[in-house]
Design a protein around this ligand. Sequence first.
Ligand code: GTP
Ligand code: K
Ligand code: MG
Length: 367
Amino acid sequence: MVNITEKIKEIEDEMRRTQKNKATEYHLGLLKGKLARLRAQLLEPTGGSGGGGAGFDVSKSGDARVALVGFPSVGKSTFLSKITKTKSETAAYSFTTLTAIPGVLEYGGAEIQILDLPGIIEGASEGKGRGRQVISAAKTSDLILMVLDATKRAEQRALLEAELDAVGIRLNKDPPNIYMKPKKAGGMKITFQTPPKNLDEKMIYNVLRDYKILNCEVLVRDENATIDDFIDVIMKDHRKYVRCLYVYNKIDSVSLEFLDQLAREPYTAVMSCELDLGVHEVVDRIWKELRLMRLYTKRKGEDPDFSEALIVRRDSSIEDVCDQIHRTLKETFKYALVWGASARHVPQRVGLGHMVSDEDVVSIVAK
Ligand SMILES: Nc1nc2c(ncn2[C@@H]2O[C@H](COP(=O)(O)OP(=O)(O)OP(=O)(O)O)[C@@H](O)[C@H]2O)c(=O)[nH]1
Ligand SMILES: [K+]
Ligand SMILES: [Mg+2]
C-alpha cells in the first residue's frame, strides 16, 4: 500500500501543476476533496507514522486553556515563565521544550491554563517532530497563542497557518454557512439561497459523488462560499474552529518602523519578554480574545468576594449566571442586585433577562 503521506504529496504536486481556470476548477475541487480525506486519515490513531492524533497527557484545568504554538526558540517558554508561577526551561537552542508544560495565569480571580508546547517545524501536520502531538493539544484549547519571532522572516506566520489548516484547524473563522443533511434516498438536492460567486451545482455534485454521498440535501446560504468551505462541511467532524492571537516576541531587536507594521496586522499583539515590554497588554488581549467575563458574587450584608470569580461567557444574562451557579437556582429566583458597568444605578434591581458586564458584582435574591 502506498503510504498516506506519499499520496498526499502526489495530490499536492498535481494541484500545483494544474493551472487555475474555469476548465480545471472541477478537477481541482475533486483533488481538494481527496486531499481532505487523506489528511483526516493521517490523523486517525492507526493512520500514517508518528503515533496518530494523541496529544500530551495534561488534563484541562481552570476556566479556559490557551496553547502556545510556534517555531522553536521564539520565546514560548520565556513567556510562560513570565506570566505564570511555572518555570519552563528556556535556552538559545531549538527544542528546549520536549513536552507540554502547563502553567496557571491568574487574571482577576479567573484561572487560565497556559500550555507551553514544543516548537513545531514545517511538515508538523504530516508527523514531523512532535508536530502531531502539539497540534492535538492546540485543538483542545480555547485560544491558540501563535508566538512569532519578530526578527525572523515574515513567511513564518503563513507557514504555521498552513500546518494548522492541513489538520483541520480553522483560525478566527466561523463554520461555513452551508446546510447539509445526508438522506437515505431521493438523490441530491442542491439549492443556493443567492447566486453563488465561486461555486456551482456540478462542483458540489462531483465532490459529493467522490465521497459516495449520493442522497442528501444541501443549502448554500453564503454567496461567497467556496468548494473548500463545502469540503469543511462534509468533514465537519474533523474541523475545529479556534480563535487565534498572533504575538510577535523579541521586538527589542527590530526597528520601530517594522514594529509599527507588525502591530497593525489583524489579531496581533507585539512584546519583548526580555525587556518586559507589552507583556501585560498581551495578557489583557488573551483575556479579551477568550470572550469570557468575571463576575463576583456577594452575599447579603457581606463584601463581595474578589478572590474568586464566577466565569461566564460574554453576552451572558442573569439567567446564564444562575445556571452557572446551580442548575435549580432559577426556580427560586426572585430578583438580582447588580453593581458595575451593566447597572444603570448601583445597585440595580434586575430580572433574569438582564445582560451582565465583565467585573460586575451580582447578588441573587431567592424567593
Ligand atoms: N532578544 C530577545 N530574546 C528573547 C526574548 N524572549 C526570549 N528570548 C530568548 O530566545 C531564546 C529562546 O527562548 P525559549 O523561551 O526557550 O523559546 P521556546 O519558544 O520555548 O523554544 P523551544 O522550546 O525550543 O521551542 C532564549 O535564548 C531566550 O532568552 C525577547 O523578548 N527578546
Ligand atoms: K529554545
Ligand atoms: Mg520552550
